[in-house]
Design a protein around this ligand. Sequence first.
Ligand SMILES: Nc1nc2c(ncn2[C@@H]2O[C@H](COP(=O)(O)OP(=O)(O)OP(=O)(O)O)[C@@H](O)[C@H]2O)c(=O)[nH]1
Ligand SMILES: [Mg+2]
Ligand SMILES: [Zn+2]
Length: 296
Amino acid sequence: MTTMYTASQLSTGNPPCLICETQNQADAVICETCYAPLALGQEAAAQERDPCMITVIGDSNVGKTVYLGMLLDMLSKRANEFDAVPKGAYSVNVPHTVISYLGARQFPPKTAMEVDSWLWAYYQVSPREDETRVYDLIMPDMAGEAIAAEVAAPRTFTVIRSLLEKSAGAIVLVDAALAGVGSPQPDFFALKLMTYLDGVIALGKRKRSPTPVAVVLSKADYCPECFDNPRAFAQTNLNRLWNICENRFENFEFFATSVVGSLGYGSDESDNVVPYPLHVAPHGILEPFEWVLSKL
Ligand SMILES: Nc1nc2c(ncn2[C@@H]2O[C@H](COP(=O)(O)OP(=O)(O)OP(=O)(O)O)[C@@H](O)[C@H]2O)c(=O)[nH]1
Ligand SMILES: [Mg+2]
Ligand SMILES: [Zn+2]
């Protein structure tokens, strides 16, 4: 099992795992139950606020890694009046990886299913117009296949459930390019995901959940009409998802997002045709995040 830190890098306190509350051995670096880095708990113990977790979920290949990397990079470049400070150098790994790949005109590789290889990011974010509002954001980059496995058979990946239980908000990515060409897969997967989320965070059978959920229509560069009216796009192309949002969630909104401006196509080592990002032009990355913060 590999980790990003050594025991000596971590402070001496031994708070329980922030995600699943397991009390681990004092010299452990990752949680024995959920494999989250224990540095998260130590960072959090040093703050005097409760950390705020916003979880990015979605199917495999929907664009979670690219979105999260771009979002964290934009935040640390002080985009849109936000100040964001990474807590712990490990937090910079997601944006570092994503921006390096995009700079080399490639997409980052898919995230491995093993929980102990996921990259976690812990950022302290505050809007510049009101520096008293500080959010300790914790966002892991999870593998879509693990999310699918947990949704299909709950408790296969306890870390996902524990995270969602503790999340103050969720960003759900849905592949707009696939939905736009009539594939039912994004709609069905999102319906399962929202049903799962409702089961984890619901207050009761009748009550709609107040947890803000931003639905991000990813790869909207393939279907630019998405940007004009994301809600209308969802009502037409993701009707099952739209209905469960209306029925079960008090606070939801749809956003269109894209990271690339133009794509080229080429073959990879195994002769599959793959897209290459020729030009990076982020659109609509911060909006869903700002909206979630505004609802907390
Ligand atoms: N056109 C376009 N394609 C994108 C965009 N973002 C991601 N992609 C494509 O989607 C693929 C998957 O993106 P990832 O971010 O790796 O997806 P993921 O959700 O992290 O997938 P897993 O790690 O398997 O869960 C990329 O390799 C690109 O081909 C975008 O903004 N526009
Ligand atoms: Mg990924
Ligand atoms: Zn844990």
